[in-house]
Design a protein around this ligand. Structure first.
Ligand code: FHN
Length: 594
């Protein structure tokens, strides 16, 4: 009897597994559906992390930006494409790729000490060279170099040991080495590169993605890139492989109409984030992703830190790149900067991790992040004010906050000494923060508030020098034009309809005469006419051709007079249209001139 029960039990177990396997096969074209709760649970660590390290490391670190004695323009990892280096010539660099100074533990520590919670490393970039021991192609760091080690294995072990999440970048479409791989701008070594892309996906991309998702423990992120020629069918050959890593997060660059989990703005911070979508800005620390020996254009710590804060204040993550050398070292200028960022994070991490986007539309002196009330943790509702420009008079003016501030203190003050909070002019709240900024780059003031943040948008006002800066985010668009981001430059675009016009309302405290300056771009010759008016005064302008829709130029339009203090409306109205669009309008500035 007992034996019978065992057999029945085994049969039930087998039968219960079959439908799962079958449905997984049948759903070959997509991933299993998930509820919002399941998705939130999957995204939780990533949303809390806010800061990660991107690593672009490959055989391109050997030429390091120079080919045939010439410095090749552009980003380092593109040297093969930009220099039109023949496949066999480029492949020779593998013989010199021996990164004996590579130390996975050290890299992970650098990231961890900088406050980065995850790492995403190039497992294969567009040059087709695998940075892991691949069985699918001998063109990999283990088989094709004197190094004979698998750095991704070592990194996965170091990440596991140090509690840092690991993700892989994989160039699924562009592959300039294997036949059939796509190449932006077309193949230049046709004999070696031409081939069937679907076969390439089948023989190289699929098996390699399977390898990276099977042989390196828990993989947190798959970062696809440049979906050149990726059809839906090709994307669907790769997509099911993600099931090898339940819980994995993947970005929006697979192609074939798939949007993935995350938006990935590159080298810019979107003005308002991506409401309703998770997003991550990836950025270089100098001007290249992959190592270039002569790129010394390092961003200062101030820029990196304020970027991190700015991104967090808009609800996104910051994936900051390092490009290690062919010896296996993260360049010293990157290490130094990351150390500095780490020092700040150590003291101010509470205002970054597990926070969400600012409830304020704009804060002249800096940014804000927030954390909700949490009864279980005994935490009140908190606003973190990240102050870039510390007030000289020691009074931090918070505009439009309706909630009561129950307690306020400097985040780095161990004693949490209470700061005085008083009502200011016109619905503002003033926090007495003292005259000395605790940090020269970003100082954090904590405000524990009553209830869920409730903020009104205060009117735009003149700057302290009396000028007025009108930006797309504050404009009201009457018609079909819309705010867009062209390589980091926010502007009003898609202005194809001449009946569409744009207005700004702002408050003038110091009236007078103002020089009006407009910053716009227009592909082609330009020539469209428009007016800029305030009250009864009007200036006429003509759009200049700048060659490209994202090449912005400023020009003076003339002088306009605003005789009285109070609320004022400025209107920009096209009169005709000589191009596909009127213009891309980046800003209008009014500067006092008498
Ligand atoms: O072509 C790549 C580039 O080399 C780099 O990897 C970046 C990182 O986001 N992605 C592509 C350009 O969008």
């Amino acid at each position: 009897m007992r034996r019978l029960l065992t057999v029945v039990g085994v049969l039930i177990a087998i039968l219960s597994v079959i439908p799962v396997l079958k449905s997984a096969e049948e759903k070959n074209s997509a991933l299993p559906e998930e509820t919002k709760e399941q998705r939130d649970a999957r995204m939780k660590w990533w949303r809390e992390a806010r800061f990660g390290m991107f690593i672009h490391w490959g055989v391109y670190s050997v030429p390091a930006g120079t080919y045939d004695g010439k410095e090749i323009a552009g980003i380092g990892e593109w040297i093969m494409n930009r220099g039109k280096i023949p496949v066999d010539v480029y492949a020779k660099y593998t013989e010199k790729f021996n990164p004996v100074k590579f130390n996975a533990d050290e890299w992970v520590s650098i990231a961890k000490n900088a406050g980065m919670k995850y790492i995403v490393i190039t497992s294969k970039h567009h040059d087709g060279f695998a940075m892991f021991h691949s069985k699918a192609s001998k063109y990999n760091i283990y088989d094709a170099t004197p190094f004979k080690r698998d750095p991704l294995k070592e990194l996965s072990e170091a990440c596991e040991k140090q509690g840092v999440k690991l993700g892989f970048y994989y160039s699924q479409a562009q592959d300039w080495h294997h036949p059939g791989g796509a190449a932006s701008g077309g193949h230049w070594d046709k004999e070696k590169q031409d081939g069937d892309m679907t076969e390439y996906i089948k023989n190289i991309a699929m098996p390699q993605v399977k390898e990276i998702l099977s042989n390196y423990g828990k993989i947190a992120v798959l970062w696809w890139d440049t979906p050149t020629d990726m059809t839906k069918e090709r994307a669907e050959m790769l997509l099911p492989l993600l099931q090898l890593q339940p819980g994995i997060i993947w970005n929006n660059r697979l192609g074939g109409g798939y949007h993935g989990d995350t938006e990935t703005p590159e080298q810019f911070i979107p003005a308002t984030g991506y409401p309703g979508r998770d997003w991550e800005t990836c950025m270089t620390m100098n001007g290249t992703w992959g190592y270039k020996s002569y790129d010394h254009n390092w961003k200062p710590v101030e820029v990196l830190l304020r970027n991190l804060v700015d991104i967090a204040s808009k609800g996104g993550n910051y994936l900051l790149n390092v490009g290690p050398t062919s010896e296996g070292q993260i360049p010293e200028p990157s290490v130094e900067r990351l150390k500095e960022v780490g020092k700040w994070i150590k003291a101010n991490g509470d205002a970054i991790y597990c926070t969400s986007a600012s409830p304020f539309k704009r804060l002249g002196w800096g940014r804000c992040t927030q954390k909700p009330f949490d009864a279980a943790q005994g935490r009140p509702s908190i606003l973190y004010f990240h102050v870039f420009d510390w007030p000289k008079d020691g009074k931090l003016v918070v505009p439009g906050l309706k909630n009561k501030i129950n307690n306020s203190y400097l985040l780095t003050d161990q004693n949490k000494s209470k700061l005085a909070v008083t009502p200011g002019e016109e619905g503002t709240v003033v926090i007495a923060v003292g005259e000395k900024a605790p940090d020269p780059i970003v100082s954090v003031v904590v405000a524990e508030i009553e209830g869920v943040p409730d903020v009104t948008v205060p009117p735009l006002v003149q700057e302290s020098d009396g000028s007025i800066i009108l930006l797309p985010g504050d404009a009201e668009i009457h018609g079909s034009a819309k705010v867009q981001n062209s390589h980091g430059k926010e502007n009003i675009g898609y202005w194809t309809d001449v009946s569409c016009f744009v207005t700004w309302k702002f408050k003038v405290i110091k009236p007078g005469k103002f020089n009006v300056e407009i910053t716009s771009a227009c592909e082609g010759k330009g020539g469209s006419e428009y007016t800029v008016s305030v009250g009864n005064e009007s200036l006429k302008g003509m759009v200049d051709g700048t060659g490209k829709w994202d090449k912005f130029k400023s020009k003076k339009l003339g002088v306009i007079s605003i005789p009285e203090a109070g609320m004022v409306e400025l209107v920009v109205k096209p009169l005709n249209k000589k191009n596909a669009g009127v213009m891309n309008l980046q800003s209008i500035t009014l500067k006092p001139c008498g």
